[in-house]
Design a protein around this ligand. Structure first.
Ligand SMILES: [Zn+2]
Length: 473
């Protein structure tokens, strides 16, 4: 190849994508109206979600439900005329077993409890100990080994939505690291007041982690009311003795998969707009809000674009990730399998905050990107008034793509009541309004279409080689 041609190839590799301009978006009003109409009037998202919730049910990684979901979603996507394949992911297999907790003294009564994901079991017959309560790791350390050794540590903090010091993100470490910090000081078990916002005596599960070199003590969540009961007894000066039984266990890893389906681009099929949700769920409910709603929106987006004959310039790739909840192995596996193609991922969009009314796209993009996104959401004014908010990481599953400088978007729903049901037995189909779900599908589909169709692409955020994947919500 002549030297000049080499330089051209090099230049093309370095600057492969022209920056999009907001004016490009105006031409898509008619297509956006057709897409929204198809989602709202003739959409299938509710039907998909109902199948996932009612006919498949809980989908914890490695479980029969998760495998049924992989099979069914792939078959359904193929039936809708899409190319759908499986990409292997090795996932942990944790099973819950029988679980119970009760106050033995001062007055016997049962507590609503559930093991945290990845927890070790209690010994056969359970364990009994006095409870010591703290509100933070600093308070725990201040108590010291003398007052923690041999005890059950209860992390008692009330989650207050909208309060940066007391919200889900701030209190999350009490759940994920609580057992490790308690075990360092000799505790025999760890309990956390459920990270939820409703008083319905529901314990909220969620993942926790152990650390090498620290004893692996059992960890569970108490329903808010029951954590408050224990706290009141302690506040009155009583010694509170509790028996805890957790029958959970970790089995060998299981081969599972991300489900990947594509509508191949008509001009630049190598360039990809990725739309994502996670197929796994916790085991207590049927995973309708977390994240069946997102799965339904992704699947119906692909079907709608295909059925309307709106094949965009670039490929729209739907990824139904496995193992968001207790390992993020699907997100990491996708990164490893597609590392060489990250430069051709022009955007990734995840929906993972429920199925209520869509309110915003969060966006991590480069200079000028927000303006383009504002233009695209203006196409959706008749469907829902959507904001564009800077920042965020799109979603846990797509967050590893940050390392490749991929613009990351999150479709965010009204989360006022999300943490009422999140990770509980009450995460069920009735929590999702069909009209709101269809509006989410419309928003996702129009955004994906515009980003895949416009001549230019979103400016990329500065790559962050050290960017750590965000933990599961
Ligand atoms: Zn989720």
């Amino acid at each position: 190849m002549p030297r000049r041609a080499h330089l051209l190839v090099l230049a093309a590799a370095l600057v492969p994508l022209a920056a999009a301009d907001r004016s490009e978006v105006e031409g898509y009003r008619a297509a956006a109206a057709r897409i929204a109409g198809a989602a709202l009037v003739d959409g299938r998202s509710r039907e998909i979600l109902q199948h996932l919730s009612d006919r498949i049910g809980p989908r914890l990684s490695g479980s029969p439900g998760a495998e049924a979901a992989v099979r069914w979603t792939r078959e359904r996507l193929i039936r809708d005329g899409l190319d759908a394949r499986l990409e292997a992911v090795t996932v942990p297999r944790w099973v819950r077993g029988e679980e119970s907790a009760e106050i033995l003294s001062p007055a016997p009564q049962r507590l609503a409890v559930t093991a945290l994901g990845s927890s070790e079991p209690t010994p056969d017959g359970g364990l009994e100990a006095e409870v010591v309560s703290v509100g933070s790791f600093d308070e725990l350390k201040a108590l010291g080994k003398a007052r923690v050794r041999g005890r059950i540590v209860l992390y008692h903090r009330v989650l207050v939505p909208g309060d940066a010091q007391q919200d889900y993100g701030a209190l999350g470490p009490l759940r994920t690291r609580g057992a490790v910090e308690a075990a360092r000081l000799g505790a025999v078990a760890s309990l956390v007041r459920s990270l939820g916002t409703l008083s319905a005596r529901l314990p909220h599960t969620g993942n926790m982690r152990y650390e090498d070199g620290v004893p692996r003590i059992p960890a569970a969540a108490l329903a808010a009311e029951d954590a408050d009961l224990v706290q009141r007894l302690l506040d009155s000066g009583e010694a509170v003795r509790v028996r805890l039984r957790l029958g959970c266990r970790t089995l060998p890893d299981v081969e599972s998969a991300n489900v990947v389906a594509e509508l191949r681009g008509r001009e630049r099929p190598d360039e990809i707009v990725l739309i994502a949700a996670h197929l796994d769920s916790w085991d207590l409910g049927t995973g309708a809000i977390d994240d069946g709603a997102g799965v339904a929106a992704v699947m119906d987006t692909l079907r709608i674009l295909k059925s309307l004959g709106l094949t965009p310039r670039r490929t729209v790739r739907g990824v139904l990730y496995m193992n968001e909840e207790n390992g993020l192995r699907g997100g990491r596996a996708y990164l490893e399998a597609h590392r060489d193609a990250l430069g051709r991922h022009v955007a990734a969009i995840e929906s993972d905050s429920g199925g209520t009314r869509p309110v915003a796209f969060t966006a991590l993009t480069g200079e000028g990107g927000m303006d383009v996104l504002e233009g695209i959401v203006s196409l959706l004014a008749a469907v829902a008034p959507l904001a564009v908010e800077p920042g965020g990481h799109g979603g846990a599953d797509i967050s590893p793509l940050r390392a490749g400088g991929v613009p990351l978007l999150g479709l965010r729903q009204d989360t006022t009541h999300y943490l009422d049901w999140h990770h509980t037995a009450a995460d069920t189909l009735d929590k999702v309004d069909p009209g709101d779900l269809a509006r989410n599908t419309a928003a996702l589909a129009v955004m994906a279409y515009a980003l895949a169709e416009m001549p230019g692409t979103l400016p990329r955020p500065a790559p962050e080689e050290s960017a750590a994947p965000r933990p599961a919500r």
